[in-house]
Design a protein around this ligand. Sequence first.
Ligand code: C2O
Ligand code: CU
Length: 477
Amino acid sequence: GLAVAGAALLSPRGFAKGPAPKPLPPRTLKPVTGEKPVSLVAAERPARLLGRGGPESRLWTYGDELFRLVRLRQGETLAVDFENRLPEHTSIHWHGLRIPNDQDGVPYLTQPPVKPGERHAYRFTPPDAGTFWFHPHCDTVSQLGRGLAGVMIVDGDETRPYDADLVLVLKDWRLDEPSGDWLPFTTTRGMLRAGTFGTVRSVNGEQAPTIKLPAGGDCRLRLLNLDSTRVGDLSFEGMEAAVVAIDGAPVAPFPLTDWRLGPAMRIDVVVRAPAPGATGRLVDYFSAKPVTLATFAGEGEGRSARAFDPAPLSRGAIPEPKLKGAGRLSFAFATATGGKSKLAAAAEGGDALDQALLDSLCASETVNWSINRESWPAGDHSRVPPPLFTLREGRTYVAELTNETPHVHPIHLHGFTFKVLKSTRADTPEHFADTVLLTPKDRITIAFVADRPGDWMVHCHLIEHQETGMMGYVKVA
Ligand code: C2O
Ligand code: CU
């Protein structure tokens, strides 16, 4: 089985120790103005996820490509004409973008749901360059499970041209074989524990693809974990690799040895592509048996040999938190308070797990998870609870996130790219992010400037946790 909790999670991960990073350079690409019109049509479209000769599965997508790519230049205004041709209501949340609250795409909180047959316009100017994504914010277990997600690239952070620039979407699928039909997207056991895992892993919708790269070139790979459940422990074999951005925000480049990428999290990596005829691999070491997610083949003549030294991306416009005089917040992520002890006992039952008890708890309880002892009411989430905190517009806040469960929780704050100041479990330097992986017993300190008013969601991005209570919001006024 999968290692989802325990010793493997507790070792420090990620950053190689080295000399102090150089400051990031300013941008070289000038921002542009103007409008970028984009039409997105959410609909069911068939695709083969089990290989070329395999059956068709009924995906839900935003267009004719799986994981529709929206790409624009920094400074451009995105004007989205969205149409819902699904049999149920939906919305689009622009994950990681610091945009006005009324464009944030949360049904009942920031906009009405977009009903079947309806259209909705989104319009905003992304303030930061980087790698982002978008997805529905209701019935997400099923909608995201069927593939409803897109990638957004805002260009303008390059300081040196790359030999290639590729998107790699990591996502698992819950598929029956050989029919290609969907398996249930949620299970009692998964919902109460580490989530329900997919049965088929993929990169850009293909199982262990071979991807061609210009031999010896310096290539930017934008890795996005768009899975609802799976945490990857990623490393590159046979290729040098450096992380240049986390959740779209530039960092001083550091060697990627292994990196834990939870649901919704992204890293931009610069790799030195293999020599002509040689290959490298992207490997996930999270589970006991390493899994090769993709193979990279060096194609063409090969670039001249020079030392691998990726340039930093240009710094963005994310406001710097002023820690002196900052407001203090704390968020405790836990199981739901009702029936907590029975639930915790059942969820920790391990091999002796009593499935009947779990089923009965699940049927009798409306929610399984909480933030600060509060759970978002179950059902379609139309009953909006009071905010977890009310914040003052323009003020800096320092927030402590604590994990009172034995499971990992990728915690996401809408609207604000926060600075990760420290973790008691992971050895990471300060960096900006919009989602942070809270491992068991971890306490993570973040800081952000509450610079835009509105109701901003805070939730676990392990979707079954989010949908059964681990979801709330802060009000900035
Ligand atoms: Cu991608 Cu509310 O999240
Ligand atoms: Cu969670």
